[in-house]
Ligand binder design. Structure first.
Ligand code: NDP
Length: 337
């Protein structure tokens, strides 16, 4: 059983060498009297929150990894054996699993059976899985969006951002995204249908850039990066604007967090700023799946993923999120079936 192990806790930017691949053993049978499910992992999801689990216990909503043990995350697998009444051999599932070839899953609260296989299975690590639910809950539930509103999204071409932008366009909003390369900006404009997009790395003055794209200000900011971007956005928010705080990836590798200078503007502008976790909205999964699957089938929603092949390429793919190496949702393929 090939596994990805966290060598030791990480400070600063994570490196491929912070993890290593080794071979352990696994019993291909679930223990008697358990509720466990044994899966063969097919696709693993690279998610920015995994960086926060590579440090010693923090105030995070989710625990740290154990040094010298396999890491885990979201993934798609095939059930080889099950003692759980909801899952049987041959079922395809998505949920939290190990970064390894075979996993014995004992925490089955967030394990979902995959019923629709007319789309690629890897989609359940992204657009039809946790990041998709993040976009759905974080946009519709947190932002209270209305047709015609001005929407800005950072890290817009990634797993979450690309879907938020498309939801906003489908609703009839004016949508601008920022991303870190020309290739990503082209994707935003030409593939995902954003009205405008810009490369934040080429904008010496983010405030001026936002004023150019939003002369009348921003109603909704979908926050994925934090730091300087949030500061510039606050200067450009309209009265009664909403900020959905999904993530702040620019802060995850810092030993000391950056301050946000312009927070005081929240008062006069009556801004509502709310953090959330994807799990908060999992009760909406059936409705979400219906909406997004029909969107994909009808060609109204498109999706871009970046697939690294082989578990041994997992560490590089995961750390690549923090240099923006991924173009679209970063996935690791462990096995095709
Ligand atoms: P992405 O697919 O967008 O990958 C991460 C991207 O972030 C990179 O490709 C890079 O794109 C950008 N990035 C990396 N470092 C920086 C930086 N210092 N400044 C600005 N941008 C940077 O990831 P996801 O879509 O999966 O996640 C997006 C955000 O959503 C993250 O903050 C994540 O933590 C959060 N999240 C929150 C969840 C929740 O439940 N609240 C659940 C899932 C995700 P670029 O080239 O454009 O810089």
């Amino acid at each position: 059983n090939k596994q990805v192990i966290l060598r030791e806790y990480v400070s600063g930017y994570p490196k491929e060498s912070d993890m290593y691949v080794t071979t352990g053993t696994v019993k291909l049978k679930v223990p008697e009297g358990s509720n466990a499910v044994l899966v063969k992992n097919l696709y693993l999801s690279c998610d920015p929150y995994m960086r926060n689990r590579m440090k010693p216990a923090t105030e995070s909503y989710i625990g740290s990894y154990t040094q010298g043990s396999p890491i885990d995350g979201h993934g798609v697998g095939k059930v080889l054996d099950s003692a759980h009444p909801k899952f049987k051999q041959g079922d395809l599932v998505w949920g939290v699993t190990g970064w390894e070839e075979y996993s014995l899953i004992t925490q089955t609260d967030y394990l979902f059976k995959i019923e629709h296989t007319d789309v690629p299975l890897s989609y359940y690590t992204g657009i039809l899985g946790m990041p998709g639910m993040t976009a759905y809950g974080g946009f519709y539930e947190v932002c209270s969006p209305k047709k015609g509103e001005y929407v800005f999204i950072s890290a817009a071409s990634g797993a979450v951002g690309q879907l938020v932008g498309q939801f906003a366009k489908l609703l009839g909003c004016f949508v601008v995204g920022s991303a870190g390369s020309k290739e990503k900006v082209d994707l935003l404009k030409n593939k995902f249908g954003f009205d405008e997009a810009f490369n934040y790395k080429e904008e010496p003055d983010l405030d001026a850039a936002l004023k150019r794209y939003f002369p009348e200000g921003i109603d909704i900011y979908f926050e994925n990066v934090g730091g300087k971007t949030l500061d510039a956005v606050l200067l450009n928010m309209r009265a009664h604007g909403r900020i959905s705080v999904c993530g702040m990836i620019s802060q995850y590798n810092l030993d000391e967090l950056e301050g946000v200078k312009n927070l005081v503007l929240i008062i006069a502008k009556r801004i509502r700023m709310q953090g959330f976790i994807a799990f908060d909205y999992y009760h909406l999964y059936p409705k979400f799946l219906d909406t997004v699957l029909s969107g994909i089938r009808e060609g109204k929603i498109v999706y871009v993923e970046d697939i690294a092949e082989g578990l041994e390429n997992g560490p590089a793919a995961l750390v690549g999120l923090f240099s923006g190496r991924n173009v679209g949702k970063q996935v690791v393929m462990v096995a095709r079936e």
